[in-house]
Design a protein around this ligand. Structure first.
Ligand code: ADP
Ligand code: MG
Length: 339
């Protein structure tokens, strides 16, 4: 059986308090005991996984992400995207938000994955591990290093090495020894996301944030030496990208003009390119010929972790409120195209 390169999940968040207060009605529901979502009266979509308003962070992690973490340890690259309009629950789901203040059960994907990676490492004494993290933002097709703000975006370049691995030349990679260290780097990067602009929400909802953990393991296998005293070594390198995508909302809704309008177009072009890549990967006729990775920074950056032997999950986050009907329908169509 052929592996599905990209699995698509949809998560419908609950109505927020303020939406309940304003009497918003629910227009998106999960059909019980199916992997189907119904929006409005009769539009039905089917996905690999669907999660309704009472789904827990633990459930999302265990169903969608845990298998990717295990294959990361085995040496495969992995990517998880959160897609959706601003306010639909992307950051909540990915778990890249205010990490320190969050209670255990509410923790999102990143802290859970990090914990599991280090757990696996501690249980594997026959390998030596070297773990690194980086945190990059793509804003208006420019890269920014969230772990080293002094780095000018002109000094960051996406390259492909001779083995086909994507590298960001100039990006800071921090060597880490444990969960707490990773979490404080994540925190630091998040703070950096908000410093360069006065309108922080505007900025962060229009940029893609890519948090990457790279695992290099040297596996020691007893060799042919007397009494197993010689070892043969195998070097395994893999990485996991956690991507909090820019808000998918359309330009018209916010009535953007001028510079802001240009911004939205550029960001939507990144999401468009990503949609095209994912769709090509799922299409057996296109797969072998042309996957348009080069069309945007975000797809170039993720090239070695999207398709091929890499495992990818896209989580589309959706607001249930009828006031968001149009955006939710657009998000479901986008997700459907990725299948
Ligand atoms: P986005 O990153 O897509 O803009 P957020 O993750 O910031 O959206 O979520 C918007 C608001 O909704 C936040 O206050 C968040 O805590 C809340 N929220 C999102 N998803 C859920 C959920 N599944 N359960 C409870 N609250 C949620
Ligand atoms: Mg967000």
């Amino acid at each position: 059986m052929e592996e599905i390169p990209v699995k698509v999940a949809v998560r419908v968040r609950p109505l927020l308090c303020k939406e309940v207060l304003h009497n918003h009605q629910v227009c998106v529901r999960v059909i019980p005991n199916t992997q189907q979502i119904i929006i409005g009266r009769d539009r039905v979509f089917t996905f690999d996984f669907v999660f309704g308003k009472s789904s827990t962070q633990d459930e999302i992690y265990n169903t969608c992400i845990k298998p990717l973490v295990l294959s990361l340890i085995e040496g495969y690259n992995a990517t998880v995207f959160a897609y959706g309009q601003t306010g639909s629950g992307k950051t909540y789901t990915i778990g890249g938000g205010h990490v320190a203040s969050i209670v255990e059960g509410q923790k999102g994907i990143i802290p859970r994955a990090i914990q599991e990676i280090f757990q696996n490492i501690s249980e594997n004494p026959s390998s030596d591990f070297n773990i690194k993290v980086s945190y990059i933002e793509v804003y208006k097709e420019d890269l920014r290093d969230l772990l080293e703000l002094e780095t000018s975006m002109k000094d960051l370049h996406i390259r492909e090495d001779e083995k086909g691995n994507t590298v960001i030349v100039g990006a800071k990679e921090c060597h880490v020894e444990g969960v707490d260290e990773v979490m404080s780097l994540l925190q630091m990067g998040n703070a950096a996301r908000h410093t360069s602009t006065t309108q922080m929400n505007e900025h962060s909802s229009r940029s893609h944030a890519i948090f990457t953990i790279s695992v290099c393991q040297i596996e020691r296998n007893p060799g042919a030496g007397e009494g197993g005293s010689w070892y043969s070594y195998r070097r395994i390198v893999s990485k996991f990208h956690f991507v909090d995508l820019a808000g998918s909302e359309r330009v018209t809704k916010t009535g953007n003009t001028g510079e802001r309008f240009k911004e939205s177009i550029q960001i939507n072009s990144g999401l468009l390119a990503l949609g095209n890549v994912i769709s090509a990967l799922g299409d057996p006729r296109k797969k072998s010929s042309h996957v348009p990775y080069r069309d945007a920074k975000i797809t170039r950056l993720l090239k070695d972790s999207l398709g091929g032997s890499a495992k990818t999950v896209m989580i589309t986050c959706v607001s249930p409120s009828s006031s968001d009907f149009d955006e939710s329908l657009n998000s479901l169509k986008y997700a459907n195209r990725a299948r």
